[in-house]
Design a protein around this ligand. Structure first.
Ligand code: F0G
Length: 456
């Protein structure tokens, strides 16, 4: 195969600072061994998240200047609304400051105390909002989704029999909606097939239950359908997206990922009644329904980002860059979640550090060790992120204990990926020297953001 390159060229650069070993050690200690608490100026290559870290295009930067900052009826809002309707196909749109703003509105409007919300693996903020409104989250992802080493083209798929079982046991009236993430972040950025989306929608329609997507990384999901699912190889990403969304009643969206912006999100739906209620509620939490916590220029940039993201060349390069890093690690025998997902490479910390028990926080410890070795910042997605059971207060023990190396969109070159690979390969060779951590401060909610640790 002929090699391809980035489908863009670089117009503006941001110089990076490189700390030496002792400076990194001090920064890590100051941050309580939590990579969330390290200052970005102390980071060389920042793979903490792909959220809001996108490089905007020159068109988007230009569009900031024409943003309409009117309090009501902003022209930029109309541009955003038009982009969502055109690319995602929903009838109604409510802007929010980011994804969790939309999750808050949706959960408040649809969930009653004692409800159940089935979903294909949880996401932290999504589940937190569901629980805050009195629902119990039920995981309906296929078993393969929990097996980090198992190769499967659509590991984000819903197990239809699990879904049907929940519906029958709880009763359809106790299920306000089914939440389908495309792709599944915590399973490793794994996609859901078109057939599965179709099947979920058909089953839910039979019971009169709404299907709401978490559309955060929907373009990555569309790419995997084009690449892997029979009959879609010659279908444009735009058309795949349209079909995907046709099997849902609405979505929450974190624009900070696949809308290619640094801030923004929305809630979209086809049900007019829900839209009318949403328009009331958004005023309380975000702002007028014509800005939802965003400035006009933010909405202008997001409208353009939505079109840019649905470009076949853009998304192919995006997913291939993630894979470029992942395959170097696989070739070196390093345990990673397979297959490589759409936004990140996930290291399997239990396999990487088999001498540590889960209570010794292998993923947290590995993330700290990577920063110390090379200034590369990653994120724990395991025992610490999974939090505690809301009823018993016991620590949740997720099957997956992962370190996420998340690739920002259009930001780093493949040379940066090489630096990351070299660091992790070097650490793997001396992995027996990496010790565990213990938590010294535990915040009550979403503890991973602010928790502090010390070496055992
Ligand atoms: N859903 C998914 C699947 C996400 O990955 C995120 C954010 C959200 C919802 C919430 O969106 O941040 O705009 O409020 N994920 C980020 C991450 C934080 O690093 O994975 P938000």
């Amino acid at each position: 195969r002929r090699r391809t390159a980035e489908p863009y060229k670089i117009k503006s650069v941001e110089p990076l600072k490189m700390l030496n070993y002792n400076e990194r050690k001090e920064a890590l200690e100051n941050a309580g061994y939590n990579t969330f608490l390290i200052n970005s100026r102390e980071v060389y290559i920042d793979l903490l998240t792909d959220s809001g870290t996108t490089a905007m295009s020159d068109q988007q930067w230009g569009a900031l200047m024409v943003g309409d900052e009117a309090y009501a009826g902003s022209e930029s809002w109309h541009h955003l609304e038009k982009a969502v309707k055109e690319i995602y196909g929903y009838k109604y749109v409510i802007p929010t400051h980011q994804g969790r703003g939309a999750e808050n509105l949706l959960s408040q409007m649809k969930i009653k105390e004692g409800d159940f919300v089935p979903g294909n693996m949880y996401f932290t903020t999504t589940r937190a909002h569901q629980e805050l409104n009195g629902a119990t989250f039920v995981d309906i992802i296929i078993d393969e989704g929990h097996d980090s080493l198992l190769d499967h083209p659509f590991k984000g798929n819903v197990d239809i029999s699990k879904l049907e079982k929940v519906i029958k046991e709880a009763g359809p009236e106790k299920i306000p909606y089914v939440c389908i993430a495309v792709t599944v972040n915590l399973a490793g950025g794994q996609p859901v097939s078109m057939k599965n989306l179709r099947d979920v929608y058909a089953l839910c329609s039979r019971y009169g239950i709404d299907v709401m997507y978490d559309a955060t990384r929907c373009v990555e999901n569309a790419f995997f359908i084009q690449e892997r699912e029979e009959g879609y190889a010659d279908t444009a990403i735009k058309d795949i997206l349209k079909e995907m969304f046709s099997y849902s009643d609405g979505c929450t969206m974190s624009g900070k990922k696949d809308c290619l912006v640094n801030i923004g999100g929305f809630l979209a739906m086809n049900d007019e009644e829900l839209y009318i209620r949403g328009r009331e509620l958004v005023v309380l939490y975000e702002g007028m329904p014509s800005y939802g916590g965003l400035s006009g220029r933010d909405m202008e940039a997001m409208a353009l980002g939505i079109y840019e993201s649905a470009d076949d060349n853009y998304i192919a390069h995006r997913v291939h860059q993630v894979r470029y890093l992942g395959e170097q690690l696989i070739d070196a025998g390093i345990p990673v979640v397979k297959p490589i997902g759409g936004h990140a490479v996930f290291l399997d910390a239990r396999e990487f550090l088999p001498h540590l028990k889960q209570e010794q926080l292998p993923a947290q410890a590995l993330a700290a060790a990577i920063y110390l070795d090379s200034g590369v910042r990653s994120m724990e997605r395991g025992y610490v992120s999974a939090g505690r059971n809301k009823v018993t207060g016991e620590n949740n023990k997720p099957k997956l204990e992962l370190v996420r190396l998340t690739i920002p969109r259009r930001v780093y070159t493949n040379n940066h990926m090489d630096v990351v690979a070299d660091s992790i390969i070097a650490l793997y060779e001396k992995r027996d020297q990496i010790g565990g951590l213990e938590m010294t401060y535990e915040p009550p909610t979403l503890r991973f953001f602010n928790a502090r640790f010390k070496p055992l």
